[in-house]
Design a protein around this ligand. Structure first.
Ligand code: ADP
Ligand code: MG
Length: 273
C-alpha cells in the first residue's frame, strides 16, 4: 500500500470539445489542476467558461476529449463506482414524495445499506446540517435553504472523500447564503472531504476556499489560481476583517486580468452574471 495520501483530483491537459450544429465548441482547453485530499477549491469565472463542464468531467458525468484525469489515484469512472463522490447542484433535487429522512437515505438504499444503519446515518446527517427536528417533513414544507441542507446531507450520506458542488447556494437569499457557507465550512471540517465548488460569487469563493481557481471563456481555461490568505477558522466575523477584503480584491483582480498572474485579454471587463 502507498502510505502517501492520494490527491483528490489530478487533471492534466484536460480538454473538452462539444460538437454542435454551429460547429465545434471548445468548452475546456489545457486544464491542469490538482486538488489535495481535504482541500476546498472554488472555480470562478463568467458564464460559459466551463466550470460546470469541468465539474461534470471530474464527477464522471461526462468524458474529457483530451488529457488525463484521476480521482484518488484512479479513473473518474472507478472512483464513481467506489462512491468516492457526493454531488450537490443549484436545485436541491429532492424527491417530493419522500420525507427528509427518506431523501437523505436514498443513496444508501440504492446501495443496499440495511434499514437500521440507514436510519442511524440519516439521523446523524440531519443533526449535522441542523435539521434533526424536520426529519418527517416533506420538501414542500421546507424553505429553500432547508431543502439545500437536505441535499447536502444526502450528498454526504456515503461519506464521500470528494464533494462536487455546482452553485449550490445560487438560488438562496444573501442572508441564508452566508449562513449556509458557515455551515458548509463546519460540515467539511467534520467530514474531512475535499470540495470542488463552483460559484459566481467572489466573497463566497473566498470565505469557503483554500484556493480560488479563476477561469476565462472561449475556450475555457484556468487563468489564475489564487491562494486565499485568511484565517483557517472561517467565522462570521472574518467577513469584516481586512484580510478578507484583501483576499476578495486579489480574486477580483485576477478575474479582471490585473492580478499577479495575467489573465487572458478576453476576461477584461467581463461581467459576472
Ligand atoms: P459555466 O458552467 O462556466 O457557465 P459550462 O461548462 O456550462 O459553463 O459551458 C461551457 C461551454 O460549453 C459553453 O459554451 C456551453 O455552451 C458549452 N456546453 C456545455 N455543455 C454542452 C453540451 N452538452 N453541448 C454543447 N455545448 C455545451
Ligand atoms: Mg455552470
Amino acid at each position: 500500500m502507498n502510505v502517501v495520501e492520494q490527491d483528490a483530483v489530478v487533471a492534466r491537459g484536460i480538454g473538452k470539445t462539444f460538437a454542435s450544429r454551429a460547429g465545434a465548441v471548445t468548452a475546456l482547453e489545457s486544464i491542469d489542476l490538482t486538488v489535495t485530499a481535504g482541500e476546498f477549491v472554488s472555480l470562478i469565472g463568467p458564464s460559459g467558461c466551463g466550470k460546470s463542464t469541468l465539474l461534470r468531467l471530474i464527477g464522471d458525468l461526462d468524458q474529457p476529449s483530451t488529457g488525463e484525469l484521476s480521482v484518488f489515484g484512479r479513473s473518474a469512472r472507478v472512483a464513481r463506482e467506489a462512491q468516492d463522490y457526493g454531488i450537490a447542484f443549484q436545485q436541491a433535487g429532492l424527491l417530493p414524495w419522500r420525507d427528509v429522512t427518506g431523501n437523505v437515505e436514498l443513496p444508501l438504499e440504492l446501495h443496499g445499506v440495511g434499514k437500521r444503519e440507514r436510519a442511524a446515518r440519516a439521523a446523524d446527517l440531519l443533526a449535522l446540517v441542523g435539521l434533526a427536528d424536520f426529519a418527517g417533513h416533506f420538501p414542500h414544507q421546507l424553505s429553500g435553504g432547508m431543502q439545500q441542507r437536505v441535499a447536502i446531507a444526502r450528498s454526504l450520506a456515503e461519506r464521500p472523500r470528494l464533494l462536487l458542488m455546482d452553485e449550490p447556494f445560487g438560488a438562496l437569499d444573501e442572508m441564508t447564503r452566508e449562513r449556509m457557507q458557515t455551515e458548509l465550512v463546519r460540515i467539511c471540517k467534520e467530514s474531512s472531504a475535499a470540495v470542488v465548488f463552483v460559484t459566481h460569487s467572489i466573497p463566497e469563493a473566498v470565505f469557503l476556499s483554500q484556493r480560488v481557481v479563476v477561469m476565462s471563456p472561449r475556450p475555457g481555461r484556468i487563468t489564475a489560481v489564487v491562494p486565499v490568505q485568511i484565517a483557517d477558522e472561517r467565522t462570521e466575523g472574518l467577513r469584516e476583517d481586512a484580510s478578507f477584503f484583501a483576499a476578495v480584491t486579489a480574486v477580483r483582480e485576477a478575474l479582471h486580468g490585473s492580478g499577479a498572474i495575467p489573465a487572458e485579454p478576453t476576461t477584461r471587463g467581463v461581467e459576472l452574471r
